[in-house]
Design a protein around this ligand. Structure first.
Ligand code: ADP
Ligand code: MG
Length: 238
């Protein structure tokens, strides 16, 4: 089954067109990374997939169902943001429970899902703490754990490691890769970091000024970049 299908998706803000005719298919279980320079439309594309922005034209399908105008909560996605987006007044358990409560999940299911996500991300010691008592790395693991509790068809990550220092970036990157293997879930991951793209991706989508420049496996792009732009991002030093 296809996890995601984008068909000629465009997005404009007023008269400024930010995404141009984006066509893309992501297979179930695939890890796809969007790369490209700041301002090229990575976050906007992810937000259109999530339903946080509506596409101006085109069609979005998730898990075979059209969701072009479906609200985010009904798309079967969970998103992790660079800024964690945790609620400061709730403890970790409360942050992880909130979305499930809004879905109307029974208490037993909520507790079970939190326990499972906490085990996977080693969050048990923090469940009763507030985000303000946690380090950046711990906060991001909570945000990832919260996404896991939703059991989404598709995980969306927007530069989740950008606020972390180098050592923590590597650890968290490895955790995300392990999570992908353990869950077998489809993931789309935005970054401008070449190492993250090369190590995490089954396929990389290179974006430039709101258009897809090239799509391929990391080594394919590394060895055969379509042009100097792609080479500059991912290619072998020439
Ligand atoms: P990236 O994530 O690749 O850095 P973005 O998707 O955030 O890029 O932004 C792409 C372009 O769209 C930028 O020029 C940005 O200023 C513009 N943009 C993003 N969101 C909005 C918005 N809500 N209103 C107007 N312009 C926006
Ligand atoms: Mg962005």
């Amino acid at each position: 089954m296809t996890a995601l299908k984008l068909d000629r998706v465009t997005k404009s803000f007023g008269r400024i067109q930010v995404l141009h005719d984006i066509d893309l298919e992501v297979e179930e279980g695939e890890f796809v990374v969007f790369v490209g320079p700041s301002g090229c439309g990575k976050s906007t594309l992810l937000r259109v997939i999530a339903g946080l922005e509506d596409a101006t034209s085109g069609r979005v399908e998730i898990g075979g169902a059209e969701v072009t105008r479906t609200p985010p909560a009904k798309r079967g996605i969970a998103m992790v943001f660079q800024s964690y987006a945790l609620y400061p007044h709730l403890d970790v358990r409360g942050n992880m429970a909130l979305g499930l409560k809004q879905e109307g999940q029974p208490k037993a299911v909520i507790e079970e899902r939190i326990a499972e996500a906490a085990r996977m991300l080693e969050l048990q010691p923090y469940l009763d703490r507030r985000p303000s008592d946690l380090s950046g790395g711990q906060r991001q693991r909570v945000a990832i754990g919260r996404a896991v509790t939703r059991q989404p068809q598709l995980f969306l990550f927007d530069e989740p490691l950008s606020n972390l220092d180098a050592a923590l970036r590597m650890n968290t990157r490895i955790e995300i890769a392990q999570l992908h293997r353990a869950l077998g879930a489809s993931m789309i991951y935005v970054t401008h970091d070449q190492t993250e793209a090369m190590t995490l991706a089954d396929r990389i989508v290179v974006l430039r000024a709101g258009r897809i420049e090239q799509v391929g496996a990391p080594m394919e792009l590394y060895n055969n970049p379509a042009n100097r732009f792609v080479a500059g991002f991912l290619g072998a030093p020439s």
